[in-house]
Structures are given as C-alpha cells and as structure tokens.
Write a protein that binds this ligand. Structure first.
Ligand code: GDD
Ligand code: MG
Length: 365
C-alpha cells in the first residue's frame, strides 16, 4: 500500500495484542485473536505488512494473553522488514497501560508514535493520518470511521475543523455514527504522561482526561475498508474479504478469487467452495457439500451433502453427512454426527462430540 502525505520516517509503532479475544471463544482459547489464520496468514501479518508498507520500521508489540505465541512467530520482525520487539506485560495493563508499557521500549528520539489495535483490518492511508496530526499540531490524532451501530465502539464527535469534542466508549446513546477505528498518532510526551504500573483504559481514562485538560485531539475521518475482527461474524467476513481481494493487505500475493485452498485440501468433484471460503491444510470436503463464506481450519473433515455457511470450523473437527452449519463456530477437534443442524451464533467447545440424529442447536451470537 502506498502512503500519501506525512512521511513515517522517525515514527515508531506500538501494536496492542494483549486482549483475551473473549468474543471469539472458543477459537481464542488456544490462539490469541491476532494470531488466528486469516486467508492462510496469522492476522497480525496483514497489519504488520501495512505498517511496513507505510515506511515505519521500529515496532513494539504489547503482549499479555498468550504472549509467547507472538514472540515465537514474529521473532525480530526481519521477515516483515521490521525491527520488532514483543514486550510482555507483568499483568494485563489495559489499552492505555499497554501503550505506556510498550512505548518504554522505544528510543526517546521517536517523538511520534502510531498505535494500533491488533484486530483491525483497514485500508486507511497511514501517511494521511500522520499528515493530519502534524497539520493540526495535535497531542493525539484518531482515525475515525462511520459505522451502522456505533454502540459497540468508542463514539467520537468532532467539530467542523476535525477537533475531537468528546470520547464516549460504548455508549447506549451515541450522538454520532463516527467511531474510534483503533489507530492513533500520539505525541510522545502524551504517552509518557500515562500512569505507569497499573491498568489504564486509553478509551475511558486517557482520552477523556486529555479532553478535560483542553488538549488538542484531532479526528481523521475517512471511508476506506474497515473492520474490527472481534466477533465470529466479523472474523468470517474479514477472512472472506481478504480472499476475494475486498479487504486490503500487502501480506498476500494479490486477490485469490472465490476461495483459497491451502496445501493438501481436497474437495469432491461435486462439492462447491465459494464466497471467499478458506480451506486449511489437508481439509477434505465430501460429495455434494457446499462451503460458503467460511473458514475451515487445518485437518477438518466435512462429510457428504453438508452445507456450511458463514461459519468457522476449527482444526481437525469432523462434520457428519447431511449436516447444516450456519453462522456458527465449531471448536478444535469437535465431532458432529450426521443430520445435525447448527445455526445462528451456536458455539461448540473444543473436543465436544455430538451424536447423529438431527439435533438442533442455536445460540445467542
Ligand atoms: N497489551 C494489551 N494489554 N493489549 C490489550 C489489553 C491489555 O490489557 N486489553 C486489550 N488489548 C488489545 C486487544 O488485543 C486489541 O488489539 C485492542 O487492545 C482493543 O481491544 P478490543 O477488546 O478489541 O476492544 P474493542 O474492539 O471492544 O474496542 C476498541 O476498539 C474499537 C475499534 O475496533 C476500542 O478502542 C474502541 O474505542 C474502538 O472503537
Ligand atoms: Mg476489537
């Protein structure tokens, strides 16, 4: 991705990846959210590729939940063209505490730090965010997007000049549909003033506190692709958008097409796999089955005449013949018999076994 406006030389990045990903359980019981496979690549790979493409080299990952998984995969970041370090927190420090803790590993010469929530798929031009931050001479600049349901996000009204007027995290009565997109530029001194050694929420404490002090917070509103992968529905959509080239990434050779079949995945001649589905390594799909807009992880087996729609099938799960799985999450190593029906938000915990016989399950989402 090319970047316009501000140059990122002299800018470092902090990426927050310490959350538990609880809305994506049971997928996140074993794998932290930013490490879940998306179009065949751990999600963090897409984000890091965008950061590298914008010209940022020095990156610190603030880790907490399953910290070792990141360090093992990313090493020193050289595979991404980055100078990367994973900094585990002694206890979960929240978003603001996590930024403070991670930024301590950055050379004081970095006077500007870009901060990223680690679960966002976005096409925002990072150079343009930096340019707006500098033009406004802001203490912090927030990337903002418009969404249909702002109650699930941080609502951020701005005035005609883009100056932030309030920060209302997950409010029931949002005054605008403009929300925090989870990407910021901070003046270094503002990060250094976040209290050390205790949990701090950047959304509930730091931003409202800065506004009370009359500090300049700028909003950079734009409308490129944006998705928070925090729920099962968003996760399957993000994966399908990556496969089909709808979501921007520099971590793949290019749009893949209607589906992505990783090494050893096999489909029967009468099966169809569509709408951005990913089949992981050694997945088998039987006769007459249809897999639509879904993520089927390594080693899973799907029987005959099965229909899987907008669902995640965990590694090594087995789905019996004639079964229907729709808007569901099937955990690692689950076995589902024939003629079952799983719909609408149902989640099956790892290792569960469901017998044959038309069992009907639905969940709350
Ligand atoms: N290091 C560290 N430590 N990281 C954390 C911690 C922690 O204690 N807690 C959460 N994180 C990381 C998560 O891993 C994630 O990458 C990021 O902080 C945001 O946490 P989420 O749990 O995904 O928050 P959210 O999606 O409900 O809300 C946030 O993102 C929205 C945009 O997607 C907020 O920033 C909202 O204001 C925003 O609108
Ligand atoms: Mg999130």
């Amino acid at each position: 991705m090319t970047s316009t406006g501000g140059t990122a030389e002299g800018t470092a990045a902090v990426v927050l990846v310490g959350g538990q990903g609880s809305r994506l359980r049971p997928l996140t019981s074993s794998t932290p959210k930013p490490m879940l496979p998306t179009a065949g690549v751990p999600f963090i790979g897409h984000l890091l590729s965008r950061i590298a493409a914008a010209g940022i080299r020095r990156v610190v990952l603030g880790t907490s939940y399953r910290a070792e998984v990141f360090a093992d995969y990313l090493g020193d970041g050289s595979a991404f063209g980055l100078d990367l370090e994973c900094v585990p927190e002694p206890e979960p420090l929240g978003t603001g505490g996590g930024i403070r803790h991670a930024a301590a590993a950055l050379d004081p010469a970095f006077e500007e730090v870009m901060v990223f929530n680690g679960d966002i798929l976005s096409g925002v031009d990072l150079g343009a965010v930096l340019a707006e931050h500098r033009a406004a001479d802001a203490d912090a600049t927030l990337h903002l997007v418009r969404v249909p349901d702002p109650t699930a996000f941080g609502c951020v009204p701005t005035d005609a000049s883009g100056r932030v007027e309030a920060f209302l995290e997950k409010t029931l009565n949002p005054p605008t549909d403009q929300v925090n997109a989870g990407c910021y530029v901070f003046r270094r001194a503002v990060i250094d003033a976040i209290p050390e050694g205790r949990p701090v929420s950047v959304e509930r404490e730091t931003f409202p506190g800065l506004l009370r002090e009359g500090r300049r917070l700028q909003g950079h509103v734009e409308s490129s692709y944006w998705l928070d992968l925090g729920t099962p529905a968003a996760f399957v959509r993000g994966c399908a958008d990556l496969v089909q080239g709808i979501a921007p990434t520099s971590a793949l050779p290019g749009p893949i097409g209607t589906s992505l079949l990783l090494d050893g995945a096999k489909t029967a001649a009468t099966a169809s796999v569509s709408d951005g589905t990913t089949l992981g390594r050694d997945v088998v799909v039987g006769d007459g089955s249809r897999v639509i807009g879904s993520v089927v992880m390594d080693g899973a087996r799907i029987g005959d005449n099965v229909v899987v729609t907008r669902s995640v099938i965990g590694p090594r799960a087995v789905i019996g013949d004639e079964t229907v799985v729709s808007d569901a999450v099937v955990g690692d190593d689950v076995t589902i018999g024939a003629n079952c029906e799983l719909r609408e938000g149902v989640r099956l915990w790892p290792g569960l076994s469901i017998p044959d016989g038309g069992l009907r399950f639905s969940g709350s989402g």
